[in-house]
Design a protein around this ligand. Structure first.
Ligand code: URP
Ligand code: ZN
Ligand code: ZN
Length: 467
């Protein structure tokens, strides 16, 4: 099967050029100057020509932080692997890396198999897994080595949620030491959960039950403190560290310090921390519940610091932490007590578009947009150059993007299985038009033409930035 994406502006992390993309059997064969002899001769024998004139042509987006069907607070996140990965395709994301979860008392493999069963045969795009370590013990530490061999090369630990996912500093150190030996990347949810639980109990005692108290009981200082502790534990262990969903300037400063010292420390932020703020949590009535996630939304000054971090590469990746809960029935669980509102926001469909607003506003360049949403996630999580690249030999995961389109984000038009949008009514520039997954068109001029099961599991290698 031969296909040519013709006449577009090819945007990669490193270059912007008018070129045709020649695809054979699901992989990139070559990039050729539009109208060149090579392109003409290939086009003459192609089974299909996809016109990309006046469009950007990018490597497919890679969202390395999603939670499909994740159990949390007595319920499950609302997107299944089928609905969530399909929404991702609409938004130009062709690969997700979701978090399989070890249950307390269970093994890592039991958790991984449970997540494999949920995903297999259902995904619209390719998928891999990280593993959440919620029970660090001798046996799970040994299993980490096996998982690395099986393509699960990153492990998330929690300094938050005592009694649920929380690990002690000692357990974190042990997991980091193991990762230093087997090459895995440790991902950290860096919030001081022990202190936060005290603040939450004190707030509830004062009758402070509304969603806005979710922010005041999870102050940025405690995200900064936990980030500092995680960095120091990684330093002692000699491990690489990746801070997930970084939201606060205080935490970013710790990452910058570590990187300036030469430590192998990386961080991701999410669109919600760049575009939304604590003011959204304080919306009237119970509306703020729609914006409850952890770490919480912060201030406009934090947003500015995060945009700067993206520019300087102290923030390497933008992922969504997609963890949707419906307003009715799920967020409602916390109507009388903010601490019972399931934590998490929908976002997998809008990451490419939202970060493109940073390009449109002149905050980051076109190449950096592709880098933080596709190439850097691929390198960070051992998917490069199969993913995140348009080099010959790479999977032909391609997004054709119309930079001139104008759309309005809304729950009435999005494809995620959730009854609200955090960005309701927001007008944006640019739109995903056509998407190819390994050379097959799965979204054609805005129409989904793929099927559940198009996506395949991807075993990942080691982090390509780690030292
Ligand atoms: O609020 C959030 N972030 N929910 C998802 C779970 C996590 O901590 O990533
Ligand atoms: Zn987390
Ligand atoms: Zn998460």
């Amino acid at each position: 099967m031969r296909l040519i994406v013709q006449g577009g502006t090819v945007v990669t992390a490193g270059s912007v050029a008018l070129a045709d993309v020649l695809i054979e059997d699901g992989r990139i064969l070559a990039l050729a100057a539009t109208g060149s002899e090579l392109s003409r001769s290939f086009g003459a024998t192609a089974d299909r020509v996809v016109d990309a004139s006046d469009r950007y042509v990018l490597p497919g987006g890679i969202d390395v932080h999603t939670h499909m069907e994740m159990p949390f607070g007595g319920t499950f996140s609302a997107d299944t692997f089928e609905t969530g990965t399909r929404a991702a395709i609409w938004g130009g994301t062709t690969t997700v890396v979701d978090f399989a979860m070890q249950t307390r008392g269970g093994s890592l493999h039991e958790g991984l198999e449970a997540w494999q069963r949920k995903a297999e045969g259902r995904c619209a795009g390719d998928y891999g897994f990280h593993m959440i370590l919620s029970d660090v013990n001798d046996s799970s530490l040994r299993e980490m080595d096996q998982l690395v061999e099986e393509g699960i090369t990153s492990f998330k630990l929690f300094m938050a949620y005592p009694g649920v996912f929380y690990s002690t500093d000692g357990q974190i150190l042990q997991a980091m030491q193991r990762a230093a030996g087997n090459g895995a990347l440790i991902q950290m949810h860096a919030e001081n959960g022990i202190a936060i639980d005290q603040l939450v109990a004190q707030a509830l005692e004062r009758g402070e039950v509304a969603p806005r108290f979710h922010e005041s009981t999870r102050p940025a200082i405690l995200e900064g403190e936990a980030t500092h502790r995680a960095v120091e534990l990684a330093r002692v262990a000699g491990a690489s560290l990746y801070i997930v969903h970084l939201s606060a300037a205080e935490a970013l400063a710790e990452v910058v310090d570590a990187r300036d010292r030469g430590q192998s420390v990386f961080a991701e932020t999410c669109p919600q921390y760049l575009f939304l703020s604590a003011a959204d949590l304080a919306r009237e009535g119970f509306e703020g519940a729609k914006f409850v996630c952890s770490p919480p939304l912060r201030s406009q000054a934090d947003q500015e610091a995060l945009w700067r971090g993206l520019l300087t590469d102290d923030l390497a990746v933008v992922a969504t932490d997609h963890c949707p809960f419906c307003f009715k029935e799920q967020k409602e669980l916390g109507r009388d007590d903010f601490s019972k509102i399931p934590n998490g926001l929908p976002g997998v469909e809008h990451r490419m578009d939202l970060i493109y607003q940073g390009v449109a506003a002149g905050r980051i360049g076109l190449g950096r947009w592709v880098e933080v949403t596709s190439t850097a996630p691929a390198k960070m999580f051992g998917l490069y150059p199969q993913k995140g690249s348009l080099d010959p030999g790479a999977d032909a995961d391609i997004v054709i993007y119309d930079p001139t389109a104008r759309t309005t984000l809304s729950a009435s038009t999005h494809h995620m299985a959730v009854d609200y949008s955090c960005y309701e009514g927001m007008e944006i520039s640019g739109s995903v038009e056509t998407v190819l997954l390994r050379g097959s068109v799965v979204l054609e001029r805005g129409q989904y033409v793929g099927r559940p099961g198009d996506g395949r599991f991807v075993a990942r290698g080691l982090c390509q930035y780690a030292r």
